[in-house]
Design a protein around this ligand. Structure first.
Ligand SMILES: Cc1cc2nc3c(=O)[nH]c(=O)nc-3n(C[C@H](O)[C@H](O)[C@H](O)COP(=O)(O)O)c2cc1C
Length: 217
């Protein structure tokens, strides 16, 4: 075995299996030093032709935060109608209600999250939208893993869609760049827990769709 290949450590496994979306944060600040490790990890991601067609913009000004808050609140109103979400009574304690309450609170606070990071991608000539996404979301995932590894929590959001023209103008995003996502980041209020996913056999196959991926002897 090549000595350059690191062993898969328990730590990496723990980070990957517990990097859930975290939407509730304590008030304490996230230092530049901690955030920079996440940004550095993002910059190590693969991209088509190693073009690294990304910008990670940390949003901090009062004006930008306020724009994001109103976008998050608009998004919540649209979501509530679209998914016909029930009003959640204060104190309801079943898992579905708790998730809804957390999402509602996340969107109410919006731009007040301790850190906000916008991920932008410059589409390369002749690439499909899927390929363009493929040159930015690995960076997003690296960021999320580096955040989790430091004990931070973060959530992917698409709130930027509700304020895209103003956001582009205020940040000065060139016309030929797209905004991929906006991350909210902070120290989690609760504990990290394992991701909940469907069992692997339904997702993996060998040669034929729907076949178990492991050879049967
Ligand atoms: C493309 C994409 C868009 C997402 N948009 C949002 C969003 O707008 N708001 C949000 O709270 N979470 C958003 N998420 C996070 C997902 O809801 C979350 O990853 C998924 O429910 C799995 O939950 P877990 O990461 O906690 O295991 C998004 C994730 C992806 C990959």
């Amino acid at each position: 075995m090549n000595d350059d290949v690191p062993k898969v450590t328990d730590d990496l496994w723990t980070v990957m299996s517990t990097a859930t979306a975290v939407r509730r944060y304590r008030a304490e600040p996230v230092s530049d030093e901690v955030l920079e490790r996440c940004l550095l990890a993002a910059s190590w991601a693969p991209s088509g032709g190693n073009g690294q067609p990304w910008r990670f913009v940390v949003l901090e000004s009062v004006e930008l935060r306020s724009l994001i808050t109103s976008a998050a609140q608009k998004t919540w109103e649209v979501m509530k109608d679209f998914y016909k979400l029930p009003e959640v009574a204060d104190g309801a304690d079943d898992p579905k209600s708790r998730t809804l309450q957390t999402m509602a609170e996340h969107m109410r606070v919006g731009g007040g999250a301790p850190r906000l990071v916008l991920f932008c991608v410059q589409p390369q000539r002749g690439t499909t939208e899927l390929q363009q996404a493929g040159s930015i979301f690995p960076a997003v995932q690296n960021f999320l893993l580096a955040a989790r590894a430091q004990g931070l929590g973060a959530a992917i959001t698409l709130w930027q869609d509700a304020c895209a023209p103003e956001l582009r103008e205020m940040v000065g995003i060139p016309d030929d760049w797209k905004i991929a996502t906006l991350l909210t980041v902070g120290w989690p209020k609760g504990r990290h827990h394992r991701v909940r996913r469907k069992p692997l056999p339904g997702a993996a196959a060998l040669d034929q769709w729907g076949q178990p991926w492991q050879r049967t002897q």
